[in-house]
Design a protein around this ligand. Structure first.
Ligand SMILES: Nc1ncnc2c1ncn2[C@@H]1O[C@H](COP(=O)(O)OP(=O)(O)O)[C@@H](O)[C@H]1O
Ligand SMILES: [Mg+2]
Length: 324
């Protein structure tokens, strides 16, 4: 550690986290063709101790992104495909009888990993969905009365297909609210997609992706994100945004207090990777849509006119003066 790092530990920690984030985003870019902004979002979520819902069509790199993130950070990774017959215990784990010891032993389910990819979350029954969401919320699972702590850091990357609704159980608002961020990946630009085809048919970059951060660095970055400073005026700015959505005639449901917490946490994580130890309005503004849009519900009349929730978030941002 250099002398200046010893003198200014908070700043040094922030710098280390920002360096790590830059390395991670670059590494992700080697395996996933998407904008740096897109690639950074799940990392911000991880640093903000939130979870991410990726809503996109099949085959756009959702799985590759989740795997690449786990590999870049040297974290454990599990994938679980949600299907209608999946039971809560298939997610959380079960007690199995161990003949050797003559006692029951807990066999952890796939939720016990640092990064858990839940594919097609809306295909499992509400009971299984809520078992997962409870685990996400509490950081633990309870099986037969015994509580088991999940591993940390813990990031759920859940996917759902925006075009296929047949035979699905759409997540209720209360469950959607538990995802810090909803994002899409989208199709790559023409040249990028062509390059991706070449790579995938010769040597897929994911196979060779090396870790660029260690577990402890991630844990330290999460702690550093928590200690990023937020001016009172920014808390008020976030609340004003939420209130604007709650008062909007175009919405049947506005932003919850939980969404405000998520927005500030993400803003703090963004400040950290932008090498600041304080949040600026731009942190909040640039994250407002991914954090808020999926929690808002359009009023029927607004829906009929073709307005989108994203437009309502933009409107709220335009109508709410940012602190100077
Ligand atoms: N943007 C992208 N960047 C890198 N690879 C991609 C991208 N989109 C699709 N692919 C490739 O297409 C295949 C399917 O991607 P995958 O991540 O499994 O899709 P999804 O999980 O979204 O259905 C993989 O071989 C993956 O490498
Ligand atoms: Mg997939």
């Amino acid at each position: 550690m250099s002398e200046s790092a010893e003198l200014r530990p908070v700043v040094a920690e922030g710098d280390a986290a920002a360096d790590m984030a830059a390395r991670v985003v670059e590494n992700l870019g080697a395996a996933v063709h998407a904008s740096p902004e897109t690639l950074r979002l799940p990392l911000l979520c991880l640093l903000a101790e939130g979870h991410v819902l990726v809503e996109d069509v099949p085959g756009v790199g959702k799985t590759v992104l989740a795997k690449a993130l786990a590999r870049s950070l040297d974290l454990t990774f599990h994938r679980v495909q949600f299907t209608p017959d999946l039971l809560p215990a298939d997610v959380t784990g079960v007690n199995v009888f161990d003949r050797q010891s003559g006692a029951f032993r807990f066999r952890p389910g796939p939720v016990f990993a640092n990064i858990v990819l839940v594919d097609e979350i809306n295909r499992a029954s509400p009971k299984t969905q809520s078992a997962l969401l409870e685990a996400m919320q509490e950081g633990q699972v309870t099986v037969d009365g015994a509580t088991h702590m999940l591993v940390r850091p813990f990031l759920v990357v859940a996917t759902q297909n925006p075009v296929e609704y047949e035979g699905t159980y759409p997540l209720p608002e209360a469950q959607l609210d538990r995802f810090a961020v909803r994002m899409t990946i989208g199709y790559p630009a023409l040249g990028e997609e062509a390059r991706m085809l070449a790579e995938q048919t010769t040597e897929p970059p994911l196979d060779h992706l090396e870790p660029v951060a260690q577990h402890e660095e991630v844990v330290a970055a999460i702690a550093a994100a928590r200690s990023v400073h937020v001016e009172e005026s920014l808390n008020r700015f976030v609340v004003a945004l939420l209130r604007h959505t709650r008062a909007s005639e175009r919405l049947a449901l506005g932003g919850s207090p939980r969404s405000g917490i998520a927005l500030l946490r993400l803003a703090k994580a963004r400040a950290l990777v932008e090498r600041r130890d304080f949040v600026v309005p731009e942190d909040v503004i640039s994250l407002a849509t991914p954090v808020l849009a999926h929690r808002l519900i359009l009023a029927p009349e607004a829906r009929a006119t073709g307005v989108t929730v994203e437009e309502v978030v933009t409107e709220a941002l335009e109508a709410t003066p940012a602190p100077v």
